[in-house]
Design a binder for this molecule. Structure first.
Ligand code: MRU
Length: 345
């Protein structure tokens, strides 16, 4: 099995997802600016994975700082924090990871600069390991929702590639398969960048989970024929009221599910829940280059100069969400506040 991202010998090594599945190549980032470039250019993508990448970026950036005390060290870190924060706006995991590092540092002001540097490396490793554990737990909770013989629809890629490993939306599929349930997955291709076709199909095939690829506009027809039992997707940021930002096309999928009486579940590690915002209205939505829409890789598919709207994410209102599968249990959107109270996240 591939490794999405790792921190080895002071370098951030990531699987280049922009060329998958045609080329399987790893990129070694020697500098935090290269990690930031990788996040922007989608060498690495998926909310938890870019959170981890940001923490690793800070950790390797910190190693090059020359400072005599905590204050000097921290002020040299500030531009690294803001470079990471400026890469992609929708996934809250970047902010979450950076805040976690800041909080850690603020409790260790007495340590030497060299110790602080090692601490950041250790914490980046811990963030990666905890993410994989959280996903496995999401898998155990979520598998309870999957019955033998179910067909599951998913959108974009919320798999191992989008996380430290194991995936969020794919985790219940993996556990269900381990439990011997016969499942099938329908993967939306997910225009414009085709994360479903290129990434979800690729990784599920490696795991021997039966996967069928459809164009984004096919889901309704399959639902009408009764061929889909449950939807499982990921999220880039879920607001305190359970509104869910995820890859563009998630919202229409959720409406289709409602219309056809199909449960619509969101797999969200708590690092993807933003309790600081009341509703999805305040979630920043990334707009990306029009070339992603007018071209597929190098092949132009639209006339020169055409106007394009390329919203990378949409917000599914909580009323369409059956439940949110976290590593701490499954919550109805309106019950997310119980999770908040319980964990003081
Ligand atoms: O633009 P991307 O590929 O980073 O978008 C990714 C998604 O929308 C995922 O569904 C989301 O980040 C959840 S990944 C566990």
């Amino acid at each position: 099995m591939f490794k999405t991202i790792e921190l080895v010998n002071g370098k951030v090594r990531m699987l280049d997802q922009s060329r998958l599945p045609l080329e399987v190549r790893y990129i070694e980032c020697t500098d935090y600016t290269m990690v930031a470039e990788g996040i922007k250019k989608l060498w690495i993508r998926g909310a938890p994975a870019i959170g981890i990448a940001s923490a690793m970026g800070v950790a390797i950036g910190a190693q090059k700082i020359r400072a005599k005390d905590f204050e000097e060290f921290y002020s040299a870190l500030e531009p690294i924090f803001s470079t990471m924060m400026s890469t992609r706006p929708t996934a809250v995991n970047i902010e979450w990871a950076i805040n976690r590092l800041k909080k850690l540092l603020s409790t260790k002001k007495e340590l030497s600069v060299e110790k602080l540097k090692s601490l950041l490396i250790e914490e980046a490793h811990t963030i990666l390991e905890e993410d994989i554990e959280a996903n496995k737990s999401i898998g155990r909770w979520g598998a309870q929702l999957i019955k033998d013989g179910d067909t599951i629809i998913t959108h974009c890629n919320a798999g191992a590639l989008a996380t430290g490993g194991y995936g969020t939306a794919t985790a219940p599929m993996r556990v269900a398969k381990e439990q011997g349930k016969r499942i099938q997955v329908i993967a939306d291709e997910t225009r414009p960048v085709l994360q479903g076709a290129r990434l979800t199909a690729w990784e599920l095939m490696q795991d021997n989970i039966p996967v069928t690829l459809i164009t984004d506009n096919t889901a309704g027809a399959l639902m009408k024929k009764g061929e889909i039992n449950i939807a499982l997707v990921g999220t880039d940021r879920t607001a305190a009221n359970g509104d869910v930002a995820n890859k563009i096309g998630t919202y229409p999928l959720a409406i289709l599910c409602k219309e056809h009486g199909i449960p619509f579940y969101v797999a969200a590690p708590t690092s993807s829940i933003d309790f600081s915002i009341a509703s999805g209205e305040s979630i920043p939505i990334e707009e990306r280059d029009s070339l992603e829409v007018t071209k597929i890789w190098d092949c132009q598919i639209a006339p020169d100069g055409v106007n394009v709207i390329n919203l990378s994410f949409d917000v599914t209102p909580a009323k369409y969400v059956t439940g949110i599968i976290t590593e701490k249990g499954i919550f109805k959107p309106q019950d997310l506040k119980k999770l908040h109270e319980r964990t003081s996240l």
